[in-house]
Ligand binder design. Structure first.
Ligand SMILES: Cc1ncc(COP(=O)(O)O)c(C=O)c1O
Length: 471
């Protein structure tokens, strides 16, 4: 194939038609979950050995055959027995938007490189801000993932609360944030990227339900003072990764207000509860947060990655990267202030990620996103009650979201942690379910996150059956 052939629309058309059939066929198989493993079990070295290492200089083989191999060796998030990490089971039609985006490749750093993409992103940001209960002058951006999003928010927190222009002058004293001991590791990573060291993220103890307490916040604050560190911010989790626990946002807000701290909510997973009338109450108090991170590729059915970083006072969104690039950006006062999104993102070029969220919400309506949240959480809570009533399993805590930690608790001899590690390993090898494990207070738990609206109670009951057989 020549370069000209590769750009020929006819060749794209014929492959594209076959591709649509291929993906629809895959979705059919995945939905029934009957004849395919959830995650084919292959060790990394074996997988690497099976992937070509030489890149031929001339055309070779068929793209769709290669896509088939790609699909076969992937983790199948559309399989009803996928219940592992918190990555969305994507709305299939989102793939059509993503493919269009890939062709357009509008890079968005400046308005002209993504005009309608920039406008759609702004509408998505405004809608998400509104359903969180933020005021009208809230603003924000979309970025590539919760980890980058949390870093972006914490950079703004530093600039706003340091008392001097850290961005320009560097840091004059040691700072810290208070963060739940259960928070996602990307928070301490962000703190370390900012140069505050490991001691810059002060772990706040949690209660039996894995939520930060007021007393522990106070103790963390005092510890920072003893260590000669100035606390700039508190990071609350809505919800935590391991157990899906929601920190008490009203209390954290009051603590931040009393101590003049930035209040950040890592809502990467749980902010999507704002779509739900039934479960949205868990987020009460989020409207007081100075900033919120929200991953739409978790509970909002979007393909990875698309993360909103929202600021209650919109102007704060310019403080994360208080930097000018004169060859790119117009004057700060101009119309281009909001429309050159690269001014406010870590990325220069970025995917037109708001387009997919915008078109899916416009086309399908936002109610469906709430239905999805309700379905996933209701099923998780229902299953937790069933597990809690068994004699051989226990749950870590009653779930507030779609995440459940539980474990087999009977052993004739041996260690319960070892047993549950073995169960997870055998389940992985069986290829029947994809579940994960986590450590809570030094003990091992099986962990499921129900992400697929096609998962049924029957699938979960079968999970218990299989675990019992393996125990
Ligand atoms: C609470 C929380 N914050 C942040 C992240 C990181 O998000 P991302 O994987 O989009 O970088 C995760 C990922 O699971 C998470 O659960």
């Amino acid at each position: 194939m020549t370069l000209d052939d590769a750009f020929n629309p006819e060749s794209f058309r014929s492959t594209g038609h076959r591709w649509v059939d291929q993906i629809a066929g895959y979705l059919d198989r995945a939905a029934t979950g009957q004849e395919m493993p959830v995650l084919p079990f292959t060790l990394p070295a074996e997988m690497l050995a099976g992937v070509e290492s030489d890149f031929p200089s001339e055309p070779s083989g068929d793209l769709l055959a290669r896509i088939e191999t790609l699909i076969a060796n992937s983790n199948h998030l559309h399989h009803p027995r996928y219940m592992g990490h918190q990555v969305a089971t994507v709305l299939p039609q989102a793939a059509l938007v993503e493919a269009t985006n890939a062709i357009l490749n509008n890079g968005m750093a400046v308005y002209e490189m993504g005009p309608v993409q920039t406008a759609m992103e702004r509408r998505v940001v405004a809608y998400l801000s509104e359903i969180l209960g933020y005021p009208e002058d809230a603003d924000g951006i979309l970025t590539h993932g919760g980890s980058v999003g949390n870093l972006t928010a914490l950079l703004a927190a530093r600039q706003a609360k340091a008392g001097h222009d850290v961005w320009t002058d560097g840091q004059r004293e040691p700072f810290a944030v208070l963060v739940s001991e259960q928070a996602h590791y990307c928070i301490s990573r962000a703190v370390q990227i900012m140069g505050w060291g490991t001691a810059g993220a002060i772990a706040v103890a949690t209660d039996d339900e894995f939520r930060m307490t007021h007393e522990a916040l106070r103790a963390g604050y005092e510890l920072a003072e003893q260590q000669g560190r100035r606390v700039l911010a508190v990071v609350a989790s809505s919800c935590t990764t391991a157990t899906g626990s929601f920190d008490p946002l009203e209390e954290v807000a009051a603590f931040c207000q009393a101590n003049d701290l930035w209040f950040h909510v890592d809502g990467a997973h749980g902010a999507s509860l704002a779509f739900s009338k039934k479960h949205g109450g868990r987020l009460t108090g989020i409207e007081h947060a100075d900033s919120v991170v929200w991953d739409l590729h978790k509970l909002a059915l979007m393909p990875a990655l698309v993360t909103a970083v929202l600021f209650r006072e919109g102007r704060r969104s310019y403080e994360s990267f208080a930097q000018e690039a004169s060859y790119l950006f117009e004057s700060v006062d101009s119309e281009f202030e909001w429309s050159d999104v690269g001014r406010r993102t870590l990325e220069c070029t970025k995917r037109g990620m708001g387009v997919t969220a915008f078109l899916m919400m416009q086309t399908y309506g936002t109610r469906m996103f709430g239905e999805n949240v309700d379905k996933l959480i209701d099923l998780t809570q229902h299953f937790a009650v069933i597990v809690d009533e068994t004699e051989d399993f226990e749950i870590a805590t009653m779930p507030e979201a779609n995440i459940l930690c539980f474990r087999y608790k009977l052993t004739r001899c041996g260690d319960i942690d070892d047993l549950n590690r073995r169960l997870r390993d055998q389940m992985l090898r069986s290829e029947e379910f994809y579940i994960v494990q986590t450590q809570l207070g030094g003990t091992t738990w099986l962990r499921i996150t129900i992400m697929n609206p096609a998962t049924r109670l029957h699938d979960l009951e079968q999970l218990l059956v299989r675990l019992r057989e393996l125990a």
